[in-house]
Design a protein around this ligand. Structure first.
Ligand SMILES: Cc1cc2nc3c(=O)[nH]c(=O)nc-3n(C[C@H](O)[C@H](O)[C@H](O)COP(=O)(O)O)c2cc1C
Length: 413
């Protein structure tokens, strides 16, 4: 007779905060550090979280509705809940990495954003059946970009996310975690003191090694030249650093090129200012993500949620506006939608779920958020996320940050 261990930890978690606490315990400190990281003094990452907490909700006591819907259409895709997987490049926190995340996205009916720095190939990820949007930075020359876009399209990507906000702001006041050039024996011996106490995390990779003879190799397979080897993470980073920054003409070129190759939506991620949002509309994008890159980019940028309403009001319904940064619970999603976002993207929340329980952990995170959205809709006596409006919220005076609005003197003339 099999006797269940009554003290075995239940792998299910009830909140993203619990998933984070478990990820912290499970992962080696440098790996956990790479997930939590925010740039410089960490103002933007802190504000991403604090700003959501400043907004209140105004629930009813009676009159709640028995059925509530979260389904929506964004970037031409019908999704079951307004929470999309944001592309992140550090998914070697679990041996299945992006493949596990994509399976979870497919199981919960949402979009999978796949980073060009991903540890798994776009072909492996689309093979899960997930609706995959491939994400690219502005890196390499135009021919190289065309080759990467074509590969993503051929693999079945249903959209392109161009993340153009990165300004190479490197210094973190609490120190950057070490990322090894590659995982070889020498590196393993050097990092051993930081990982030997992390038995369960190590065990998964040991199992992968026993099954496939492979260790995570910290390369970027989606940046490999045709028929060539995948560059190391640092090789890829060097190409990116040495690529001249894009102009608005380059954005228009990239959008038009993707349209020619694929005909599917082009999304610009990292927009903070109203004037940039309007330029993005002019460049023909299908959507934008209002984002400060999860506080990893230029520190001092306001919380993404503070910038949503001014941008959503300025662009109206010309394009789809989504946001990312600081989303940790269903009520955060509801707040973002009420302020004008069509959906949100999540980063760290699903990385913690992935770290602690692979695909099931990511599904758990999506369920936690979906459950929280449902509770908020019920409390607000709404039947659908589509009904959310600013009046369902208590937004303190001066909450919004409208960056890049025409100066009042110019507006009067
Ligand atoms: C570890 C890590 C790696 C990331 N890598 C990428 C990336 O490769 N491409 C990208 O567009 N954004 C990247 N991001 C930013 C996320 O897509 C997203 O904007 C951010 O995580 C949202 O904030 P949140 O983590 O508070 O949800 C990364 C974020 C983290 C935390």
């Amino acid at each position: 007779m099999k006797v269940e261990n009554p003290w075995k930890q239940n792998p299910w978690f009830e909140s993203v905060a619990v998933a984070q606490a478990r990820a912290r315990k499970r992962l080696p400190a440098p790996v956990y550090g790479a997930l939590v990281a925010g740039s410089e003094r960490g103002h933007s990452i802190a504000d991403n979280l604090a700003a959501f907490a400043e907004i209140g909700l105004a629930p009813h006591v009676v009159g709640q509705l028995p059925e509530r819907s979260q389904a929506t259409t964004v970037f031409g895709q019908q999704i079951s809940l307004p929470v999309i997987i944001s592309p992140t490049g550090v998914q070697a926190v679990h041996p299945d990495g992006e493949v596990a995340v994509a399976r979870a996205a497919a199981a919960r009916g949402t979009i999978m954003g796949l980073s060009n720095f991903a540890s798994k190939s776009v072909e492996e990820v689309t093979a899960t059946g997930a609706t995959t949007f491939f994400q690219m930075y502005w890196t390499g020359d135009r021919d190289t970009m065309i080759q990467r876009m074509t590969r993503a399209h051929d693999a079945g990507a249903k959209g392109l996310i161009a993340t153009l906000d990165w300004s190479f702001s490197m210094g973190r006041d609490w120190g950057s975690p070490e990322i090894p050039e590659k995982v070889d024996l020498k590196t393993m011996v050097r990092l051993a003191p930081k990982v030997v106490t992390k038995g369960r995390w190590l065990w998964q990779f040991g199992q992968q090694y026993r099954q496939s003879g492979k260790l995570p190799d910290l390369t970027a397979p989606n940046l490999a030249p045709p028929g060539g080897a995948a560059p190391t993470f640092f090789g890829a980073y060097y190409e990116w650093m040495t690529t001249p920054p894009p102009t608005w003409e380059d954005v228009a070129w990239m959008r038009a090129t993707w349209a020619q190759i694929s005909g599917t939506p082009f999304v610009l991620k990292g927009v903070c200012r109203v004037d940039d949002a309007l330029r993005a509309v002019d460049a023909g994008v299908a959507g934008i993500s209002v984002s400060n890159h999860g506080g990893n980019n230029l520190d001092g940028t306001p919380a993404a949620i503070r910038m949503v309403r001014p941008i959503a009001e300025a662009v109206g319904d010309q394009i789809d506006v989504v946001m990312d940064g600081g989303v940790r619970r269903g009520s955060d999603v509801v707040k973002a939608l009420a302020l004008g976002a069509k959906a949100v993207l999540i980063g760290r929340a699903y990385l913690w779920g992935l770290a602690v329980n692979g695909q099931a952990g990511v599904e758990n995170v999506l369920d936690v958020l979906g459950g929280g959205i449902d509770s908020a809709l019920r409390g607000l006596a709404l039947s659908s996320t589509a009904e959310l409006q600013p009046e369902h919220l208590l937004v303190p005076d001066g909450f919004d940050r409208a960056l890049g609005l025409p100066a009042p003197s110019t507006m009067r003339t």
